[in-house]
Design a protein around this ligand. Structure first.
Ligand SMILES: Cc1cc2nc3c(=O)[nH]c(=O)nc-3n(C[C@H](O)[C@H](O)[C@H](O)COP(=O)(O)O)c2cc1C
Length: 165
């Protein structure tokens, strides 16, 4: 089994490498996996969340046997959000298993079209004023000021699944 990740600002990479250290599994970016990981290999895929989509997941699932997928996003890990992510990414039942991990956000590292997109999300949330719920309000604060929720403990459920599979 291999770990493959798709990361931009580094939070997803951090989780993938942390998990590799715990398990001894080989870990590669999706780009490097092209030459390091054979087609149809069993993999655990870590991908950053972008506008509800797990970046690189479709591509990884076409080539590899993804047994577990770990979206890394900024929003709070509520059951509602996990269900939404599963639905928006076509993940049904337990195949693959889904483990949502809370990453972080670094405004300094977000540039170009992604910065424009984030600015639109910020103004949309700000324009809604009192209408935003607690999850959205925290998302807004973190998008504006940055945040880092990466924590080894967040890998516990994934580790338990891995040890039993
Ligand atoms: C353009 C853009 C869209 C994003 N959309 C979401 C989202 O829909 N849900 C979420 O939880 N986080 C979202 N985020 C936050 C990232 O998922 C979060 O910063 C993640 O930890 C980045 O991982 P990376 O450092 O590996 O690139 C978005 C970030 C960017 C830049």
């Amino acid at each position: 089994m291999y770990i493959i990740y798709q990361s931009d600002s580094g939070f997803t990479k951090q989780y993938a490498e942390m998990f590799a250290e715990k398990t001894g599994l080989e870990c590669h970016s999706l780009y490097m996996a092209r030459i390091k990981v054979k087609r149809n290999s069993d993999v655990i895929f870590f991908g950053r969340v972008m506008q509800g989509k797990i970046d690189g997941f479709k591509k990884a699932a076409k080539k590899y046997n993804v047994l577990a997928v770990c979206p890394v996003g900024l929003k709070m890990p509520t059951n509602f959000y996990k269900e939404e992510l599963a639905e928006d990414n076509g993940i049904t039942g337990n195949s693959p298993q889904l483990f949502y991990l809370r990453g972080g956000f670094d405004p300094e590292k977000t540039l170009g079209p992604e910065k424009t997109l984030i600015n639109l999300v910020i103004s949309d949330l700000e324009n809604r004023g009192e209408d935003v719920d607690a999850v959205e309000a925290q998302y807004l604060t973190d998008l504006k000021g940055g945040a880092d929720y990466v924590n080894e403990e967040n890998l516990a459920a994934l580790l338990e699944w891995y040890q039993n599979c």
